[in-house]
Design a protein around this ligand. Sequence first.
Ligand SMILES: Cc1cc2nc3c(=O)[nH]c(=O)nc-3n(C[C@H](O)[C@H](O)[C@H](O)COP(=O)(O)OP(=O)(O)OC[C@H]3O[C@@H](n4cnc5c(N)ncnc54)[C@H](O)[C@@H]3O)c2cc1C
Ligand code: FES
Ligand code: FES
Length: 479
Amino acid sequence: MISNTIKFIYRDRIVEIKNPNSNETLLNYIRTKLKKTGTKEGCAEGGCGACTVVLGELKDSKMNYSSVNSCITFLPTLHGKQLILVEDLLLTDGSLHPVQEAMVNYHGSQCGFCTPGFVMSLFSMFKNYSKINDNLIKDTISGNLCRCTGYQPIIKAAKSLNKKNKNDQFTKNKNNLIKLLKKINNESIIIYRDGKKYFAPRYVQELKKILKKNINAHLLSGGTDLSLVVTKERKDIDCIIYMNSINELNYIKNNDKYIEIGASTPLIKIENYIEKYYSDFTSILKRYGSVQIRNVATMAGNIATASPIGDTLPLLLALDAKIVLRGIKKTKILDLNSFFIDYRKTKLKKGQFIDSIRIPLFPKNIFKAYKISKRFDDDISSVCASFNLEMKNKKIKNIKIAYGGMSSIPKRAKQCEKILSNSTITEQTINKAKEALERDFKPISDMRASAKYRMMVAKNLLHKCFLEVASNKLIRVNK
Ligand SMILES: Cc1cc2nc3c(=O)[nH]c(=O)nc-3n(C[C@H](O)[C@H](O)[C@H](O)COP(=O)(O)OP(=O)(O)OC[C@H]3O[C@@H](n4cnc5c(N)ncnc54)[C@H](O)[C@@H]3O)c2cc1C
Ligand code: FES
Ligand code: FES
């Protein structure tokens, strides 16, 4: 079924909007049309968390609650979901939700601008997790910035949620909600308005047909990059195809050779899955934006953006990842290594889309990855480095090294790899490999870091990696 009307659940009823503006942000809709002003605008680029709202979705017949930045969410993507705002946490008799109560009791309510966002992030944590620990709390609020009092009262409030009764108004109303969500979740959306087009197909076959007729369309996945064209550059996007409505592309699985990740899989799902194969991959993902960003952003979006500082890219390059590109007629499997051409330019052709990403498994290898950014949480890398190698008879084998932030594209360090390949770990070899990085990369200076700093960090990360490898494997770093 196809419709030009988006439907979502708000306060236990189905809300319908016919032909919505595809470039309108959810935040704008909430504040100006729904007239709910608890949700605030701080940065309008997904960085501060003041605009955090929670979306309820049915996943495998269970309710899942995701915190998202409404400032970079386009309104039509709300179709098929439940919208929960800070105002909706209050019970009809005026009593507070357990999360609000905790914030009051521990003096976590500081300024009126950020508090609603903090409450909503904590609310999604409260709904999704039965046990709350320090790491989970820090992760949950890493995308909510406070520049006044600090985080301690909020952290204490969050910890106290372990003792609260989970049976809130949303749990009590779960069955009714699931019924409503099932009712609105079976339509593809096509909107034509003011010369702009928006498509939210449900199947790949549908997507292909739409692409054939709209070859210049912009593919929208999490929108954490694309939406900034509207919110920051103040431009319109004429034609959008929403990829995250295609469930077929939202999966992660593996065989004994590789892990396969569907293009519409949010990063938050990947970070848990990949941990047992490559724990450093998970560590980097945990520092990727914030929970709000990772709840929607995809690896496919990160790859297609081709930013030299895209965090998953050096990791995928060091792991020799492949991407499955699908066109209207043909499917192609490409080495990611050959995908990036120049600054933000890739081999992706019009009419093509990333279908999935394949990450080879190297059970015998050591995989390490490091991200250096000005701020630990919720910041973009200055340099990101990744190392994949095997140690055999004390010799380095099959080594693959890749860096982000060191060149106009994320790139393998081939000269450096040559020096290290088949060598033993000695200080002399490491020094030679560090020198080789100067032949591999000519970094630039920008607001994040100077060229000199970048090169020094890249060398130090290489050194760090081999000190760690040597100590883990009890191999001496010989003089
Ligand atoms: C606050 C904030 C923090 C961030 N932090 C980080 C960070 O720490 N590290 C980092 O690397 N990035 C970061 N980013 C950048 C951004 O989140 C990533 O680039 C993200 O992976 C983009 O994925 P997306 O699904 O949101 O892509 P979208 O914004 O939906 O799309 C990005 C581009 O990819 C194209 N595209 C999307 N899906 C497909 C597909 N299936 N096939 C082909 N093309 C496609 C789109 O057309 C568009 O050109 C941050 C962004 C914000 C706003
Ligand atoms: S307004 Fe700052 S994240 Fe949305
Ligand atoms: S709570 Fe708003 S700046 Fe601290």
